[in-house]
Design a binder for this molecule. Sequence first.
Ligand code: NAD
Ligand code: DAU
Length: 361
Amino acid sequence: MILVTGGAGFIGANFVLNWFAQSQEPVINLDKLTYAGNLNNLASLQNDPRHTFVHGDINDSQKIADLLVKYQPRAIVHFAAESHVDRSIHGPADFISTNINGTFSLLEASRAYWQALSGQDKENFRFLHVSTDEVYGTLGDDNPPFSETTAYAPNSPYSASKAASDHLVRAYFHTYGLPVLTTNCSNNYGPYHFPEKLIPLIIANARAGKDLPVYGDGRQVRDWLYVTDHCAAIRRVLESGKIGETYNIGGWNEKTNMSVVHALCDLLDQLQPKTTGSYRDQIKHITDRPGHDRRYAIDARKIEKELDWKPKETFETGLRKTVEWYLANDAWTKQVQSGDYLKWVDLQYQSAQETKTQEPA
Ligand code: NAD
Ligand code: DAU
């Protein structure tokens, strides 16, 4: 079996659901259920004996040690993290605690467990650390995309905490020989994406008749990857990745934020038209994110060449599937827009100033 951390969050839940679509191998799913963790994401597994959910914190060393001894997993896939850049700007402490200290606790427990293994079990064990392209910082328009050898230059408390965790993972390989793998992926989107992030926020706000908040001029660029493509890449790295290596994962889909927001409005205009006008009328430019990275882009040739992985979805097919999923899953969105969510929306958007920005031609 494998142990997954953070498997009730957006990518973790998609990973677990996808895992069982391909495999009978059991999964132990350890998650603290922060505001971002949601057992409804895993509702279809409620009576599935392959899935064991454990409520717990990756900072709880004893709990992790006990789980490892009890279940003897052949691999750990580590998703658990605080993941939202804007929240890291308002309150970085949780990011340090989970992303740095939590990863450290998990590495320590994994080292003790792995060192006590022998033979094939020791040889086959893997610790796969799921990280982000944000550790590489920001690119100018003419810079080549991030490769695995790009120097780390994180700019937000979130990306700095992920960079620190990547360094710890690297050190556990070089110092102790722990068989680690690291993946650095670009922006994911798809089902179960918490509506604090750009794509699900725009869909939810558009449908509720609210403003569609675009930070600054909206010409920042992100590379977008449909979440099931990310899950497939992680499975490929887990099975065939070379120990100690890092793999960049991306969708070859560089888009400005404005073009993403426009694409979402156009899809909604088609699939759920308003009585008058277009969803584009709700777009509002607001104060920019402090330290906002201008451009991310991923050079994903290594994983393609060495592990034969390529994304299956285009941005157009993935975005349409995503919008259709949200239209069909109103109850999910309503449930996550709880009191805590409303407090966050107030904190982040209430005092944001509208800014006048010339629309790109
Ligand atoms: P998410 O915020 O949706 O989910 C995080 C999950 O981790 C939640 O279920 C939460 O309850 C759990 N968690 C948080 N703190 C915990 C702790 N101390 N102990 C145990 N569980 C804890 O995040 P996501 O978007 O699914 O991202 C998953 C991972 O992928 C993160 O490591 C993130 O850095 C990385 N990543 C995300 C993206 C993206 O676009 N979302 C892209 C690249 C990499
Ligand atoms: O690149 C990978 C990273 O992608 C992951 O490591 C992070 O966990 C994930 O949250 C994501 O980070 P971003 O900051 O790029 O994602 P977010 O959806 O928050 O924002 C995407 C872009 O949209 C970014 O340039 C900020 C902008 N934005 C975002 C929000 C929430 C807006 O213009 N308005 C908004 O309201």
